[in-house]
Design a protein around this ligand. Structure first.
Ligand code: URA
Length: 233
């Protein structure tokens, strides 16, 4: 009898090991950010996961229905520099990552001009699903997604927040302002529990259409570089 129980127990232990019982049945959130030296606190990882899940479970959203993938973020969630764009395009929708198309290539060049890259910054958008035909998101869509990007900023807690283009600026700073007047200035702003220095600059897609404005964007980039040094980031 004893021998029979032992064999049974051993089999059970082997089975639990096989199915990786602790991994499947414990209640701890999986920290998906451990890769690439992006290790963040369990709390931050859990909050990012919860935020992503709440976006995924949005009901009755046409953007979500028509999109292939959610575009949540890219880069280093530990970074003190966060960039916010408008909404994913076709390439981003395909890959599930922000700024991977032509605008993304220009953004990478802009970042590298001030010694930054995707491992040193964190990137997201106002809207997490591609608007069809790459149209601008509507006021209603922006209103719907605003709580998510606000929470996203609160979780990441950047010291520098870079808003790329007027959609991000109007959604997060104010509707009655124009980018030509607002870019290239530091604005101290509180988003929930996150106090941050905000700078608005031109969206890379706009710069591709209006290359003459790149000189203004360069001024903004240098301001970001100087702020980064000042804040010892
Ligand atoms: N434009 C954006 O605003 N965001 C992206 O992710 C890609 C292009």
């Amino acid at each position: 009898m004893i021998k029979k129980i032992n064999t049974k127990t051993i089999k059970l232990i082997k089975f639990y090991n096989f199915i990786n019982y602790n991994f499947i049945y414990n209640n701890n959130a999986i920290n998906r950010y451990k890769k690439d030296n992006f290790e963040i606190s369990e709390d931050k990882a859990k909050n990012l996961d919860l935020l992503k899940k709440s976006i995924i479970s949005l009901k009755n959203c046409d953007l979500k229905r028509l999109a292939k993938n959610i575009v949540f973020s890219d880069g280093n969630p530990k970074s003190k520099i966060m960039l916010v764009g408008e909404a994913p395009g076709a390439n981003e929708d395909q890959e599930g990552l922000p700024f991977v198309g032509r605008a993304g290539q220009l953004l990478d060049k802009m970042l590298s001009a001030i010694d930054l890259d995707r491992k040193k910054v964190y990137i997201s958008n106002i809207i997490n699903y591609r608007p069809p035909e790459n149209r601008r998101p509507t006021e209603d869509e922006i209103k719907r997604y605003l709580p998510f990007i606000l929470r996203h900023i609160e979780i990441i807690k950047p010291k520098i927040l870079v808003l790329l283009g007027s959609t991000a600026m109007n959604a997060l700073i104010g509707k009655e302002i124009v980018i030509s007047k607002m870019r290239g200035k530091w604005i101290e702003k509180q988003f929930g529990t996150c106090k941050t220095s905000v700078i608005i600059t031109f969206h890379p897609s706009f710069l591709m259409r209006q290359p003459a404005q790149k000189k203004m964007a360069w001024i903004d980039l240098k301001m970001i570089r100087d702020k980064k040094t000042k804040l010892k980031i």
